[in-house]
Design a protein around this ligand. Structure first.
Ligand SMILES: N[C@@H](CCC(=O)N[C@@H](CS)C(=O)NCC(=O)O)C(=O)O
Length: 212
């Protein structure tokens, strides 16, 4: 498998964690978002949306991290990233969706670039924008974790699930935007627990070949 990705991209980070948890090897192909390599013809031929990540498996191109992670779960079911009962699966997917649908998309590079260049936002305003949407999502996740009767070391019980796969990169990004994650002690505890696992350590932005 070939993973087209960028070290600091949250969606790439979540996919690297999922691949590592499944014990799958892949070739790392860096796509530099800073020089807008993702918008060039070569990468767009792979992913017309011009977003990372993309995964190529046996010549088939897969895009959109939620779709790729669901494909991994179906194709390589062990170890599972979802609980076995439908109600718990829905709760784990909901935690992941808060990050994947409601926090990450509004803080994506292209949105921040539009705020800066099309709407004249200063860097402090961009920072405030990111902090606002991270806090809105993290407040909800913290409340859901507090109410989760099956919460363990991780968001759900004692092995990492999709919820952790999505949450950890968002925590990393929150820190980059200078948001104090200590405001959400349960999220912080989950992040600390995940940080002790090799699958999460190997996926860290700083550990990737294009990190700088
Ligand atoms: N929903 C997509 C979003 C992918 C996405 O937005 N990737 C970001 C990096 S985290 C990207 O390529 N951004 C480029 C840009 O905004 O110009 C997914 O989950 O794969």
């Amino acid at each position: 498998m070939k993973l087209y990705n960028f070290f600091r991209s949250g969606t790439s980070h979540r996919l690297r964690i999922a691949l590592n948890l499944k014990g799958l090897d892949y070739e790392y192909v860096p796509i530099d978002l800073r020089s807008e390599q993702h918008l060039g013809d070569e990468y767009r031929a792979l992913n017309p949306q011009g977003l990372v990540p993309a995964l190529v498996d046996n010549g088939r191109v897969l895009i959109q991290s939620p779709a790729i992670i669901e494909w991994l779960e179906e194709r390589y079911p062990t170890p599972p990233l979802l609980p076995s009962d439908p109600e718990a699966r829905a709760r784990v997917r909901a935690l992941a969706a808060i990050v994947g649908c409601d926090i990450h998309p509004v803080n994506n590079r292209r949105i921040l670039e539009a705020l800066r260049h099309d709407f004249g936002a200063e860097e402090a305003a961009v920072q405030q924008w990111c902090a606002t949407w991270i806090a809105a999502g993290f407040d909800a996740i913290e409340a859901l974790l507090a109410a989760e009767t099956r919460r363990g070391e991780y968001c759900f019980e004692s092995t990492p699930t999709l919820a952790d796969v999505y949450l950890v990169p968002q925590v990393e990004s929150a820190r980059r935007f200078k948001v104090d994650v200590g405001r959400w002690p349960r999220i912080q505890a989950v992040d600390d627990a995940c940080a002790r696992l090799e699958a999460f350590q190997k996926a860290l932005p700083a550990r990737q070949p294009d990190a700088s």
